[in-house]
Design a protein around this ligand. Structure first.
Ligand SMILES: CC(C)(COP(=O)(O)OP(=O)(O)OC[C@H]1O[C@@H](n2cnc3c(N)ncnc32)[C@H](O)[C@@H]1OP(=O)(O)O)[C@@H](O)C(=O)NCCC(=O)NCCS
Length: 336
């Protein structure tokens, strides 16, 4: 059966169950230590996007109509409308029959039709996806370490102590689900520091650095079933936002916390704010997310400014993650 478009907002309950089942069969086969997917809010997870973005989904089925694999393609808007990212998952028992390739062709043709020049895909280094994308000429644009911290292994007295160690003139505040309106512009302008690296060069960061976009981004996460936990560092007097750290727990995988952005404004670096904010966040999570088993972060393989804080808090380097990228025109030639 050919690959067809899949609309998560109108799909049957059976289709949604099979979609999730493919994900969990993949987890069991390729990464048994990773959390399994829950059915909660899966439709929203797949269909809700930021304004200006679209996520398209596709399913491969066997002759009986059972889903054997699926893909989704996220088309960015605005300044990133020349690129897209995708995911492909094939049920382990159905692999080696050309389904992965068929899903990839569907996704890449659609990306080309939408005027995208490049596509990207995130892959865990120990999974078969690596061989698949290497063979197709994808390049590793970013290689990062994924770090894990089990909540049961946190040294709580030490972490509580770190969270309270603040230089004079600073204080931390915790928010969940969103931010007070008055804080949004200050928070967004601190996030804008993520657009440049330590040497002043532009980064590939695609986050929200203005108040309107930030508000949209926080509500998009909530509408996808993802709870945000935010710790903000404020400097007194004036209440300037000088640092922030963000973590998300998805209803679809409620035992796992994903560390999102952490940034300290350049003139406030070197005072331990990054470490204190992350320590405070862990303390808040212990109360706010009783089902949480672990937290994951990603750091560059060399010289990542967050590595020190992660090590101090007990994170352990776990596995490499690759962000693969390919030129769409070149990939289409290869696939032909
Ligand atoms: C990667 C994946 C999609 C491949 O699906 P598949 O249906 O088995 O792939 P296909 O049968 O279409 O294989 C296409 C070609 O790639 C090759 N290939 C597939 N997996 C490969 C691997 N691990 N290493 C090397 N080559 C591989 C096949 O041999 C085939 O080559 P051929 O055309 O010369 O015969 C599947 O293994 C999968 O779902 N893995 C988990 C996905 C995952 O981790 N996703 C995370 C981020 S998206």
């Amino acid at each position: 059966m050919p690959v067809t478009a899949f609309d998560p907002s109108t799909a049957s309950a059976r289709d949604m169950e099979q979609w999730r089942d493919v994900l969990n069969a993949m987890v069991d086969a390729d990464m048994p230590g990773e959390p399994r997917w829950h059915g909660d809010r899966m439709r929203e997870y797949l269909s809700v996007t930021l304004p200006g973005e679209r996520r398209l989904a596709f399913a491969a089925r066997d002759a009986d109509g059972t889903i054997t694999g699926h893909a989704n393609l996220l088309l960015f808007g605005g300044e990133f409308d020349d690129t897209a990212i995708f995911e492909i998952f094939v049920r382990p028992s159905e692999r080696g029959r050309g389904i992965g390739l068929e899903l990839l062709e569907t996704v890449v043709r659609r990306a080309a039709d939408e005027g995208r020049e490049t596509v990207g895909v995130e892959v865990i280094a120990t999974t078969p996806a690596v061989g698949f994308y290497d063979r197709l000429g994808f390049k590793r644009a970013v290689v990062e370490n994924r770090n894990l911290l089990a909540m049961s292994e946190v040294d709580w007295p030490r972490v509580r102590d770190i969270s309270g160690r603040l230089a004079a003139g600073y204080r931390l505040e915790y928010f969940t689900g969103g931010l007070p309106e008055g804080l949004l512009p200050r928070y967004a302008s601190t996030k804008a520091h993520l657009k440049v690296d330590g040497d002043g060069d532009s980064t590939a960061w695609r986050g929200s650095a203005d108040a309107v976009r930030l508000r949209e981004s926080l509500s998009t996460l909530a509408n996808r079933g993802m709870r945000t936990h935010l710790v903000v560092a404020l400097s007194e007097p004036g209440e300037a936002v000088v640092g922030l750290t963000e973590l998300v727990v998805a209803a679809q995988r409620p035992t796992r916390g994903d560390q999102y952005d952490t940034v300290v404004a350049p003139t406030h670096r070197g005072y331990g704010l990054g470490l204190a904010m992350k320590a405070r966040l862990l303390c808040e999570l212990a109360d706010a997310e009783p089902r949480l088993l672990d937290v994951q972060t990603w750091t560059a393989q060399e010289g990542d400014p967050h590595e020190h804080a992660d090590v101090e808090l007990g994170f352990r380097n776990d596995v490499a993650w690759y962000e693969y990228e390919a030129d769409v025109a070149e990939l289409l030639r290869r696939l032909a």
